[in-house]
Ligand binder design. Sequence first.
Ligand SMILES: [Fe+2]
Ligand SMILES: [Fe+2]
Length: 344
Amino acid sequence: MTSKAVATSPKTPKKLNNSDIQPRKMDFSFDPAMPRYWFDDDQFKTILLTALSCTFPEGERFFVRSVRHYQKQIQDPLLREQVKGFIGQEAHHGNEHDAFNHFMESKGVPTGKVDEFVNRGMRFMAKHLSPQRQLAKTCALEHFTAMLAELMLEHPDFFKGMDERMLPLWLWHAVEESEHKAVAFDVYQDQVDSYWVRTSEMAFTTVEFISFTIFHYYQLRKGMDDATVYIGDIWKFGDVELQVSAPRAPCSKISQRFNIPNLDRFVGERGITGWYYRVIKTGAIHVGDEVTLLHREDDTVNIHTLMQCAHTKADKALAGKLAQLTVLDDEWREKCAKIVLKAR
Ligand SMILES: [Fe+2]
Ligand SMILES: [Fe+2]
Protein backbone atom coordinates (compact mmCIF):
# COMPACT_ATOMS: atom_id res chain seq x y z
CA MET A 1 0.00 0.00 0.00
CA THR A 2 1.39 3.42 -0.91
CA SER A 3 1.74 6.17 1.66
CA LYS A 4 -0.84 8.16 -0.33
CA ALA A 5 -3.38 5.32 0.02
CA VAL A 6 -2.80 5.21 3.76
CA ALA A 7 -3.25 8.97 4.03
CA THR A 8 -6.54 8.89 2.14
CA SER A 9 -7.92 5.78 3.85
CA PRO A 10 -11.10 6.64 5.75
CA LYS A 11 -9.79 4.45 8.58
CA THR A 12 -6.79 6.73 9.15
CA PRO A 13 -7.83 9.73 11.24
CA LYS A 14 -6.45 13.02 9.98
CA LYS A 15 -3.53 14.25 12.08
CA LEU A 16 -4.33 17.57 13.70
CA ASN A 17 -0.74 18.37 14.68
CA ASN A 18 2.75 16.92 14.20
CA SER A 19 2.99 15.10 17.52
CA ASP A 20 1.74 11.89 19.10
CA ILE A 21 -0.91 13.80 21.03
CA GLN A 22 -3.99 13.69 18.83
CA PRO A 23 -7.42 14.80 20.06
CA ARG A 24 -10.12 12.21 19.41
CA LYS A 25 -13.43 13.96 18.91
CA MET A 26 -16.16 12.02 20.70
CA ASP A 27 -19.86 12.68 20.94
CA PHE A 28 -21.08 10.63 23.86
CA SER A 29 -24.75 10.31 24.62
CA PHE A 30 -25.93 8.70 27.81
CA ASP A 31 -28.78 6.21 27.83
CA PRO A 32 -31.56 7.64 30.02
CA ALA A 33 -32.36 4.05 31.06
CA MET A 34 -28.98 3.79 32.81
CA PRO A 35 -29.33 3.53 36.60
CA ARG A 36 -28.53 6.56 38.74
CA TYR A 37 -25.68 4.65 40.41
CA TRP A 38 -24.05 3.27 37.26
CA PHE A 39 -20.81 2.22 38.97
CA ASP A 40 -21.42 -1.18 40.52
CA ASP A 41 -24.79 0.05 41.79
CA ASP A 42 -22.72 1.84 44.41
CA GLN A 43 -23.51 5.36 45.56
CA PHE A 44 -20.00 6.09 46.88
CA LYS A 45 -18.14 5.07 43.71
CA THR A 46 -20.62 6.78 41.38
CA ILE A 47 -20.81 10.05 43.29
CA LEU A 48 -17.04 10.20 43.82
CA LEU A 49 -16.39 9.99 40.05
CA THR A 50 -19.24 12.46 39.45
CA ALA A 51 -17.61 14.87 41.92
CA LEU A 52 -14.39 14.67 39.90
CA SER A 53 -16.31 15.14 36.67
CA CYS A 54 -17.91 18.33 38.02
CA THR A 55 -14.44 19.87 38.28
CA PHE A 56 -13.39 18.89 34.74
CA PRO A 57 -15.18 21.32 32.38
CA GLU A 58 -14.13 24.55 34.11
CA GLY A 59 -10.89 23.03 35.46
CA GLU A 60 -9.72 21.93 32.03
CA ARG A 61 -10.63 25.29 30.49
CA PHE A 62 -8.40 26.82 33.18
CA PHE A 63 -5.57 24.42 32.16
CA VAL A 64 -5.96 25.44 28.52
CA ARG A 65 -5.87 29.17 29.33
CA SER A 66 -2.81 28.76 31.55
CA VAL A 67 -0.85 26.95 28.80
CA ARG A 68 -2.17 29.16 26.00
CA HIS A 69 -0.77 32.20 27.83
CA TYR A 70 2.76 30.99 26.92
CA GLN A 71 1.97 29.28 23.62
CA LYS A 72 3.35 31.93 21.25
CA GLN A 73 6.64 32.21 23.13
CA ILE A 74 7.53 28.51 22.83
CA GLN A 75 10.42 27.97 20.42
CA ASP A 76 10.77 24.17 20.54
CA PRO A 77 8.89 22.94 17.41
CA LEU A 78 7.86 19.60 18.95
CA LEU A 79 6.57 21.23 22.15
CA ARG A 80 4.59 23.71 20.07
CA GLU A 81 2.85 20.79 18.34
CA GLN A 82 2.29 18.95 21.63
CA VAL A 83 0.65 22.08 23.06
CA LYS A 84 -1.83 22.04 20.14
CA GLY A 85 -2.61 18.41 20.97
CA PHE A 86 -2.97 19.18 24.69
CA ILE A 87 -5.38 22.07 24.03
CA GLY A 88 -7.46 19.99 21.63
CA GLN A 89 -7.71 17.03 24.00
CA GLU A 90 -8.61 19.12 27.08
CA ALA A 91 -11.21 21.14 25.16
CA HIS A 92 -12.99 17.91 24.12
CA HIS A 93 -12.81 16.52 27.67
CA GLY A 94 -14.56 19.61 29.00
CA ASN A 95 -17.38 19.31 26.44
CA GLU A 96 -17.98 15.59 27.03
CA HIS A 97 -17.94 15.96 30.81
CA ASP A 98 -20.47 18.81 30.48
CA ALA A 99 -22.75 16.28 28.75
CA PHE A 100 -22.08 13.68 31.46
CA ASN A 101 -22.74 16.20 34.26
CA HIS A 102 -26.01 17.19 32.61
CA PHE A 103 -26.97 13.51 32.45
CA MET A 104 -26.30 13.11 36.20
CA GLU A 105 -28.38 16.23 36.91
CA SER A 106 -31.24 14.56 35.03
CA LYS A 107 -30.82 11.63 37.44
CA GLY A 108 -31.33 13.96 40.41
CA VAL A 109 -27.66 14.46 41.31
CA PRO A 110 -27.19 18.24 41.71
CA THR A 111 -24.13 18.68 39.50
CA GLY A 112 -25.23 22.17 38.39
CA LYS A 113 -24.54 23.76 41.74
CA VAL A 114 -21.08 22.12 41.93
CA ASP A 115 -20.28 23.27 38.36
CA GLU A 116 -21.22 26.79 39.40
CA PHE A 117 -19.08 26.56 42.55
CA VAL A 118 -16.07 25.35 40.53
CA ASN A 119 -16.65 28.06 37.95
CA ARG A 120 -16.50 30.75 40.65
CA GLY A 121 -13.33 29.18 42.10
CA MET A 122 -11.60 29.10 38.71
CA ARG A 123 -12.54 32.72 37.98
CA PHE A 124 -11.12 33.69 41.39
CA MET A 125 -7.82 31.95 40.63
CA ALA A 126 -7.61 33.41 37.13
CA LYS A 127 -8.01 36.87 38.67
CA HIS A 128 -5.69 36.53 41.67
CA LEU A 129 -2.89 34.14 40.63
CA SER A 130 0.02 35.16 38.42
CA PRO A 131 0.36 33.38 35.03
CA GLN A 132 3.34 31.45 36.49
CA ARG A 133 1.26 30.19 39.43
CA GLN A 134 -1.66 29.35 37.17
CA LEU A 135 0.62 27.22 35.01
CA ALA A 136 2.21 25.63 38.11
CA LYS A 137 -1.29 24.78 39.39
CA THR A 138 -2.08 23.19 36.02
CA CYS A 139 1.11 21.08 36.31
CA ALA A 140 0.08 19.93 39.79
CA LEU A 141 -3.47 19.03 38.73
CA GLU A 142 -2.24 17.33 35.56
CA HIS A 143 0.00 15.25 37.80
CA PHE A 144 -3.06 14.09 39.77
CA THR A 145 -5.19 13.40 36.70
CA ALA A 146 -2.35 11.43 35.06
CA MET A 147 -1.78 9.43 38.25
CA LEU A 148 -5.48 8.56 38.49
CA ALA A 149 -5.65 7.77 34.76
CA GLU A 150 -2.68 5.40 34.87
CA LEU A 151 -3.97 3.78 38.04
CA MET A 152 -7.22 3.03 36.19
CA LEU A 153 -5.51 1.81 33.01
CA GLU A 154 -2.93 -0.38 34.77
CA HIS A 155 -5.55 -1.95 37.04
CA PRO A 156 -8.54 -2.85 34.83
CA ASP A 157 -10.25 -4.25 37.94
CA PHE A 158 -10.91 -0.64 38.83
CA PHE A 159 -13.70 -0.61 36.23
CA LYS A 160 -15.29 -3.84 37.50
CA GLY A 161 -19.01 -3.28 37.92
CA MET A 162 -19.13 -0.04 35.90
CA ASP A 163 -22.09 0.04 33.51
CA GLU A 164 -20.54 -0.67 30.10
CA ARG A 165 -22.41 2.27 28.56
CA MET A 166 -20.36 4.54 30.85
CA LEU A 167 -16.98 2.86 30.27
CA PRO A 168 -15.97 4.62 27.00
CA LEU A 169 -16.08 8.10 28.57
CA TRP A 170 -13.74 7.19 31.44
CA LEU A 171 -11.40 5.05 29.32
CA TRP A 172 -11.08 7.71 26.62
CA HIS A 173 -10.35 10.43 29.17
CA ALA A 174 -7.84 8.26 31.04
CA VAL A 175 -5.94 7.40 27.83
CA GLU A 176 -5.66 11.04 26.74
CA GLU A 177 -4.66 12.25 30.23
CA SER A 178 -1.84 9.72 30.16
CA GLU A 179 -0.81 10.80 26.63
CA HIS A 180 -0.47 14.51 27.42
CA LYS A 181 0.65 14.23 31.05
CA ALA A 182 4.01 15.96 30.49
CA VAL A 183 2.94 18.86 28.26
CA ALA A 184 2.03 21.46 30.93
CA PHE A 185 5.17 20.52 32.88
CA ASP A 186 7.38 20.88 29.78
CA VAL A 187 5.87 24.30 29.01
CA TYR A 188 6.46 25.30 32.63
CA GLN A 189 10.12 24.23 32.53
CA ASP A 190 10.59 25.96 29.18
CA GLN A 191 8.90 29.25 30.11
CA VAL A 192 8.93 29.66 33.91
CA ASP A 193 11.35 27.17 35.44
CA SER A 194 10.95 28.29 39.06
CA TYR A 195 11.40 25.44 41.51
CA TRP A 196 9.90 27.44 44.39
CA VAL A 197 6.72 28.43 42.52
CA ARG A 198 6.19 24.88 41.21
CA THR A 199 6.75 23.05 44.51
CA SER A 200 4.84 25.54 46.67
CA GLU A 201 1.91 25.43 44.23
CA MET A 202 2.08 21.63 44.34
CA ALA A 203 1.75 21.76 48.13
CA PHE A 204 -1.27 24.14 48.03
CA THR A 205 -2.91 22.20 45.23
CA THR A 206 -2.52 18.85 46.98
CA VAL A 207 -4.50 20.16 49.95
CA GLU A 208 -7.09 21.84 47.67
CA PHE A 209 -7.53 18.79 45.44
CA ILE A 210 -8.20 16.41 48.33
CA SER A 211 -10.38 18.85 50.31
CA PHE A 212 -12.49 19.99 47.37
CA THR A 213 -13.03 16.46 46.07
CA ILE A 214 -14.42 15.49 49.49
CA PHE A 215 -16.45 18.71 49.67
CA HIS A 216 -17.96 18.22 46.19
CA TYR A 217 -18.78 14.61 47.08
CA TYR A 218 -20.87 15.83 50.02
CA GLN A 219 -22.40 18.64 47.94
CA LEU A 220 -23.65 15.96 45.53
CA ARG A 221 -24.73 13.57 48.29
CA LYS A 222 -26.91 16.28 49.80
CA GLY A 223 -29.11 15.70 46.82
CA MET A 224 -32.60 17.08 47.14
CA ASP A 225 -33.18 20.70 48.05
CA ASP A 226 -35.23 23.60 46.70
CA ALA A 227 -32.66 24.29 43.99
CA THR A 228 -32.38 20.70 42.77
CA VAL A 229 -36.01 19.54 42.87
CA TYR A 230 -38.10 20.48 39.82
CA ILE A 231 -41.84 20.80 39.35
CA GLY A 232 -43.09 17.55 37.80
CA ASP A 233 -40.18 15.39 39.01
CA ILE A 234 -41.29 11.83 39.72
CA TRP A 235 -39.31 10.30 42.59
CA LYS A 236 -39.39 6.72 43.77
CA PHE A 237 -39.19 6.05 47.51
CA GLY A 238 -39.21 2.29 48.09
CA ASP A 239 -42.33 1.07 46.19
CA VAL A 240 -43.97 4.49 46.21
CA GLU A 241 -43.88 6.95 43.29
CA LEU A 242 -44.48 10.63 44.02
CA GLN A 243 -44.59 13.67 41.74
CA VAL A 244 -43.50 17.15 42.85
CA SER A 245 -46.62 19.30 42.45
CA ALA A 246 -46.03 22.63 44.23
CA PRO A 247 -43.89 24.52 46.75
CA ARG A 248 -45.09 24.76 50.35
CA ALA A 249 -46.20 28.36 50.79
CA PRO A 250 -45.18 29.39 54.31
CA CYS A 251 -48.12 30.86 56.27
CA SER A 252 -48.02 33.73 58.75
CA LYS A 253 -48.36 31.30 61.68
CA ILE A 254 -44.60 30.70 61.68
CA SER A 255 -44.04 34.46 62.18
CA GLN A 256 -46.46 34.39 65.14
CA ARG A 257 -45.06 31.17 66.59
CA PHE A 258 -41.47 32.46 66.68
CA ASN A 259 -42.49 36.10 67.17
CA ILE A 260 -40.36 37.20 64.22
CA PRO A 261 -42.11 39.72 61.95
CA ASN A 262 -42.30 38.63 58.27
CA LEU A 263 -40.58 35.27 58.90
CA ASP A 264 -42.98 33.69 56.39
CA ARG A 265 -41.91 36.22 53.77
CA PHE A 266 -38.21 35.63 54.59
CA VAL A 267 -38.60 31.86 54.07
CA GLY A 268 -40.58 32.31 50.86
CA GLU A 269 -38.21 34.82 49.29
CA ARG A 270 -35.18 32.63 49.93
CA GLY A 271 -36.85 29.58 48.41
CA ILE A 272 -36.36 27.37 51.48
CA THR A 273 -39.97 26.26 51.72
CA GLY A 274 -39.91 22.58 50.84
CA TRP A 275 -42.51 21.13 48.47
CA TYR A 276 -45.62 18.95 48.10
CA TYR A 277 -45.98 15.71 46.18
CA ARG A 278 -48.97 14.11 44.52
CA VAL A 279 -49.12 10.32 44.83
CA ILE A 280 -48.63 8.51 41.53
CA LYS A 281 -48.28 4.99 42.92
CA THR A 282 -48.99 3.81 46.46
CA GLY A 283 -46.89 1.20 48.27
CA ALA A 284 -44.55 0.78 51.23
CA ILE A 285 -41.48 2.82 52.18
CA HIS A 286 -38.90 1.25 54.49
CA VAL A 287 -36.05 2.91 56.39
CA GLY A 288 -32.95 2.81 54.16
CA ASP A 289 -34.89 2.53 50.87
CA GLU A 290 -33.17 4.24 47.97
CA VAL A 291 -34.65 7.50 46.66
CA THR A 292 -34.42 7.64 42.88
CA LEU A 293 -35.47 10.20 40.29
CA LEU A 294 -37.61 8.33 37.72
CA HIS A 295 -38.59 11.18 35.44
CA ARG A 296 -37.91 14.89 35.03
CA GLU A 297 -40.72 16.72 33.25
CA ASP A 298 -38.92 20.05 32.88
CA ASP A 299 -35.44 21.12 33.96
CA THR A 300 -35.95 24.88 34.01
CA VAL A 301 -38.29 25.45 36.96
CA ASN A 302 -37.13 24.26 40.33
CA ILE A 303 -38.84 25.08 43.63
CA HIS A 304 -36.50 28.00 44.29
CA THR A 305 -37.09 29.54 40.83
CA LEU A 306 -40.85 29.22 41.22
CA MET A 307 -40.83 30.92 44.64
CA GLN A 308 -38.68 33.74 43.26
CA CYS A 309 -41.10 34.20 40.37
CA ALA A 310 -44.10 34.29 42.72
CA HIS A 311 -42.51 36.79 45.14
CA THR A 312 -40.79 39.21 42.81
CA LYS A 313 -43.47 39.02 40.06
CA ALA A 314 -40.70 40.30 37.77
CA ASP A 315 -40.37 37.47 35.25
CA LYS A 316 -43.65 37.61 33.29
CA ALA A 317 -42.42 35.15 30.64
CA LEU A 318 -41.67 32.54 33.31
CA ALA A 319 -45.02 33.22 35.01
CA GLY A 320 -46.71 32.62 31.64
CA LYS A 321 -44.86 29.35 31.21
CA LEU A 322 -45.79 28.22 34.73
CA ALA A 323 -49.45 29.06 34.16
CA GLN A 324 -49.38 26.49 31.33
CA LEU A 325 -47.37 23.83 33.19
CA THR A 326 -49.95 21.10 33.67
CA VAL A 327 -47.96 19.22 36.32
CA LEU A 328 -48.01 22.31 38.58
CA ASP A 329 -50.77 22.43 41.18
CA ASP A 330 -53.90 24.37 39.98
CA GLU A 331 -53.68 26.98 42.75
CA TRP A 332 -50.12 27.91 41.74
CA ARG A 333 -51.01 27.98 38.06
CA GLU A 334 -53.76 30.51 38.87
CA LYS A 335 -51.30 32.62 40.89
CA CYS A 336 -48.94 32.68 37.93
CA ALA A 337 -51.74 33.50 35.48
CA LYS A 338 -52.65 36.51 37.69
CA ILE A 339 -49.04 37.77 37.54
CA VAL A 340 -49.28 37.71 33.74
CA LEU A 341 -52.70 39.41 33.71
CA LYS A 342 -51.59 42.22 36.03
CA ALA A 343 -48.64 42.93 33.75
CA ARG A 344 -50.95 43.69 30.80
FE1 LIG B 1 -8.65 16.15 30.65
FE1 LIG C 1 -5.09 16.82 31.23
